[in-house]
Write a protein that binds this ligand. Structure first.
Ligand SMILES: N[C@@H](CCC(=O)N[C@@H](CS)C(=O)NCC(=O)O)C(=O)O
Length: 227
């Protein structure tokens, strides 16, 4: 089976969780076909019991033909790591991390808190207001003020868990970086980016330099796309 046919990723590039998985697949050199579909579509429904994105379809394991649909991004990361351990996206214990599971703690916080606090609380309503052009700037700010408060809370916590410079856990990227990056790349498109600290701005710029970040940019909000 050719490399290209082994994996298919269900999810529009606009989906931040889908971008996280696409980042990991590209970083590890695993070729895949992307089936760009929205959440709640029939194709999404076929892969995920609640029609969420992403799902990874695995057509081949160890030379065997299979047809496994694996959903939930943190489960998909485990499969990717087992299939392609190198280059590693895990954190090694050292000066920035006492136990390796701290990296997974960061991932879970980004997925469970960062995603709703950044996307639902600020980015989505902001983009809606900008696109519709009906609300005044003052009204928009008033409408999202609770979201902005939560956003600042999340950003401060994320930063406090990161190494002082470089990637989130040191000198190479980990899944922590790949879960956070799509969120901050989106946030950079709205005026609330002004609230982001120097450390997180430098980190976002460092992430931008990864070939996987550039390859996964088309179709995202950060490339000016819409769902
Ligand atoms: N628990 C899921 C969450 C994924 C998720 O929230 N994906 C968003 C798109 S980025 C989604 O499909 N939302 C459902 C919807 O918009 O109806 C995972 O970790 O993969």
């Amino acid at each position: 089976m050719s490399e290209e046919l082994r994996y298919a990723l269900i999810g529009t590039p606009f989906s931040t969780f889908t971008r996280t998985i696409a980042l990991g697949l590209h970083y590890k050199g695993l070729k895949f076909k992307q089936i760009a579909t929205r959440a709640q579509s029939e194709i999404a429904q076929a892969g995920h019991p609640f029609a969420y994105l992403p799902t990874l379809i695995i057509h081949g394991i160890d030379g065997r033909r299979v047809d496994v649909k694996l959903c939930e991004s943190q489960a998909i990361t485990r499969f990717i790591d087992r299939t392609a351990p190198e280059p590693s996206l895990l954190a090694e214990s050292g000066p920035n991390i006492v136990i390796e599971e701290k990296m997974w703690e960061f991932v879970s916080l980004a997925a469970s808190f960062g995603f709703p606090m950044i996307e639902a609380g600020v980015v989505k309503p902001r983009i809606k207001a900008l696109d519709e052009g009906v609300l005044s700037e003052a009204n928009t700010r008033e409408q999202i003020k609770d979201g902005v408060f939560e956003l600042q809370r999340y950003l401060a916590i994320a930063e406090s868990l990161m190494a002082p410079d470089g990637f989130a856990f040191g000198d190479h990227p980990t899944w922590a970086d790949f879960f956070l990056y799509p969120l901050l790349a989106d946030l950079r498109m709205v005026p609330e980016w002004d609230l982001v600290s120097g450390r997180l701005r430098r980190w976002t710029e460092l992430m931008d330099t990864l070939p996987a970040a550039q390859t996964t940019k088309p179709g995202t909000l950060s490339a000016g796309a819409r769902p």
